[in-house]
Design a protein around this ligand. Sequence first.
Ligand SMILES: CC(=O)SCCNC(=O)CCNC(=O)[C@H](O)C(C)(C)COP(=O)(O)OP(=O)(O)OC[C@H]1O[C@@H](n2cnc3c(N)ncnc32)[C@H](O)[C@@H]1OP(=O)(O)O
Ligand SMILES: O=C([O-])CC(=O)C(=O)O
Length: 371
Amino acid sequence: MSEKKGLEGVVALESRISSIIGSQLTYCGYEIDDLAENAMFEEVVFLLWNDRLPNQSELDEFREKLFGYMTLDPKIHSHFEGYNTDDVHPMTAIRTAVSYLAHFDELTEEMNEEANHEKAIKIQAQIASLVAAFARTRNGKEILNPKKEYSYAANFLYMLNGEVPNDIEVEAMNKALVLHADHELNASTFTARVCVATLSDVYSGVTAAIGALKGPLHGGANERVMAMLSEIESVDAVEGYLQEKFDNKEKIMGMGHRVYKEGDPRAKYLKDMSQKLTEQRGEPELYEKSAKIAEIVEKEKGLLPNVDFFSASVYHSLGIDHDLFTPIFTMSRMSGWLAHILEQYADNRLIRPRAEYVGQTGKKYDSIENR
Ligand SMILES: CC(=O)SCCNC(=O)CCNC(=O)[C@H](O)C(C)(C)COP(=O)(O)OP(=O)(O)OC[C@H]1O[C@@H](n2cnc3c(N)ncnc32)[C@H](O)[C@@H]1OP(=O)(O)O
Ligand SMILES: O=C([O-])CC(=O)C(=O)O
């Protein structure tokens, strides 16, 4: 047996959901550029789950169902009130809350295509409400219910901020949701698939995936990018800051990628949005610092920005708390996890690789007093 550390380059399964070929990303055959420019997030969710875009009446029906499930059970609200919100990271709270959602769903243990599809709609609907509700509860604010006339992106911003979002904010949020929705066999998606391949339930699959996304080498990087931008005092200070990181062999968050070596096709949209939104917010130096970091890291290390890099300044410019960046990624990627979970159930086999044993052999049990 031979192993590939981190399973680099290993093809673990077949999927029809998204593909990465060179620097080209597609969702069910549609290029990400096409979808980022034109699609509503709800259409993308439908696409990922059904392998085709909806027509108008299918989209209306899908949106109606999503909206119908968005209002949370009041028990979830009181559950959040019991959290020590000063210490609990929102990703920890959301992971627990998503798991708790299963307690309110009579379909949780039902294992058939229709029930699993219904659970997927419920979870996708409720994740936006959960993130907003947690954020408002910890700020002592009233929890808001969604509004029927709003899109998923607009509803999230409304439920979070309590204000009607403007068109630019809704467009930016929608685009960010579309760009983060799915990404082949990334670590959290693989986690979800491994979990449900035991024929465990959908809630278990997405809860496991949230745990994997939380890590700083994956979705947790966006919050760390913002921390880095806040630490660097000015554009002129970027070079010295990075030199120290390079000297200490520390990683620069938001840079590099396991699969993309020629650049992440999603980053250019987030870069453009970052430039536009930081300018509008009167904080153009955030974009300038980001661009300088990207320029130096590429020159010195040959690494390019990934999806997490410019999303940090985009979310900051939308007035979002920095520790909510990864929960927002979770809202979007939930659609991809659910697509992969449904695909896994449709043609399941237990996922159980092997490990090459490198420990000692031939040891004998010794009584405790002799050790
Ligand atoms: C949505 C997403 O998940 S996108 C990824 C988000 N994560 C990040 O942005 C965290 C920063 N980036 C990284 O840690 C990595 O680039 C990853 C995790 C994305 C990919 O990692 P891998 O493919 O395993 O590459 P690995 O960590 O082995 O790095 C290979 C080499 O490049 C270096 N390197 C990779 N990324 C970085 C970075 N961001 N900063 C500095 N050096 C880096 C490593 O130190 C290593 O150098 P060495 O060979 O001299 O030891
Ligand atoms: O694919 C990966 O390894 C990480 C990534 O970019 C994503 O999950 O969007």
